[in-house]
Design a protein around this ligand. Structure first.
Ligand SMILES: *[C@@H]1O[C@H](CO)[C@@H](O)[C@H](O)[C@H]1NC(C)=O
Ligand SMILES: *[C@@H]1O[C@H](CO)[C@@H](O)[C@H](O)[C@H]1NC(C)=O
Ligand SMILES: *[C@@H]1O[C@H](CO)[C@@H](O)[C@H](O)[C@H]1NC(C)=O
Length: 316
């Protein structure tokens, strides 16, 4: 996208934020396809969290081991699926990436062909400032564990924030949105996650953040109701023209001022193994052995633990 966005960017985020105070038309700001991911994201080598089974790799190490692959219209990030690990290993090699830039009000189209699946996997896409944490707000756009559909969308805030029980999202409604539990919404479609998502060829997640509301939409690959600008990579999108209801909707209100709770955020894409969620739900999900032992002993079980992105389009 030419000059208007670039000009506005140099003028600072507050100007950008002022442009879109309500749902409506956005212009393509950054089109990530294939090798664009290598330029516009950083490979985070965050430490393996407590109970986790990952060892995050640098971009150069990931490219060398083909744990990251960017060619043509394909960007893949996977976990190592060949190495048998000892019980004392830190974890299985994985990839976690973060956008170089931060965003306030914006929209993103995630065109995803495949997401990590398998026992022990915890794929996630979220927006946060991970140098600060939940105090600056956090939106978990999609995540799930151990092949169990559907996906979850969760809003976290540092303070006390309550969502109205009558909002129009179609998942189950939780009203609490503070601390680490957050306000979590489960998608109404099994095709939003894991093996069902992949069997359908993936689909499109779209997030829109304004000062009035945060919305997340999902269309499966074969869903004929997907807006043409979403499936076709339009240079503009108009969320106000979409007739499909979002799968998750978090309005700003007197009990939750989004502008006061949600600061500038990076976009993060991750493949976690085990850890606080996939680990604690591991047996209940019908998975064998224990999570860490399974990850260490069964590299081939992770051959489908990969993301394949057709595009990630950021709109302002
Ligand atoms: C690297 O990964 C890509 C994407 O999955 C695959 O097409 C390619 O064959 C792999 N390359 C090697 C050398 O294994
Ligand atoms: C939902 O409840 C809020 C008050 O909590 C009210 O202002 C709003 O009009 C209601 N919305 C709908 C769609 O009923
Ligand atoms: C919401 O928070 C923003 C940023 O702190 C502030 O400017 C605005 O006045 C607040 N709105 C209301 C209705 O309190």
């Amino acid at each position: 996208m030419p000059s208007l966005s670039a000009l506005l960017l140099s003028a600072g985020t507050s100007v950008l934020a002022a442009l879109h105070v309500q749902a409506g038309t956005y212009n393509l700001y950054q089109n990530n396809v294939g090798a664009d991911f290598l330029q516009n994201f950083v490979w985070e080598t965050t430490a393996n969290p407590s109970g986790g089974a990952v060892e995050y790799t640098t971009q150069s190490a990931a490219l060398a081991a083909n744990l990251s692959y960017a060619y043509g219209d394909t960007f893949v990030m996977r976990v190592d699926d060949t190495t048998t690990l000892s019980a004392s290993a830190t974890g299985r090699q994985s990839v976690r990436i973060k956008s170089n830039e931060q965003y306030t009000t914006h929209a993103v189209v995630f065109d995803i062909r495949h997401m990590p699946q398998g026992c022990g996997t915890w794929p996630a896409i979220w927006e946060v400032d991970d140098t600060v944490g939940v105090a600056n707000g956090e939106l978990d756009i999609m995540e799930g564990v151990n092949n169990v559909s559907p996906s979850y969308t969760t809003l976290h805030t540092g303070g006390s924030c309550t969502m109205p029980a009558n909002r129009t999202e179609r998942g189950s409604t939780a009203t609490q949105s503070s601390g680490n539990n957050g306000c979590s919404v489960s998608s109404p479609y099994s095709s939003t996650y894991g093996p069902d998502f992949n069997a359908n060829g993936g689909g499109w997640y779209v997030v829109e953040r304004t000062n009035q509301a945060i919305s997340v939409w999902f269309w499966s690959r074969q869903d004929s109701t997907v807006p043409a600008t979403v499936s076709g990579g339009g240079s503009t999108i108009n969320t106000a023209s979409w007739t499909s209801p979002p799968i998750a909707y978090f309005p700003s209100s007197s009990t939750c001022n989004l502008s006061a709770n949600m600061m500038s955020h990076n976009i993060i894409i991750n493949t976690m193994l085990c850890g606080s969620w996939a680990g604690s739900r591991y047996s209940a999900s019908g998975c064998p052995s224990t999570c860490i032992d399974y990850v260490n002993a069964n590299p081939a079980a992770f051959s489908n633990a990969y993301w394949d992105f057709a595009a990630l389009r950021i709109y302002l």
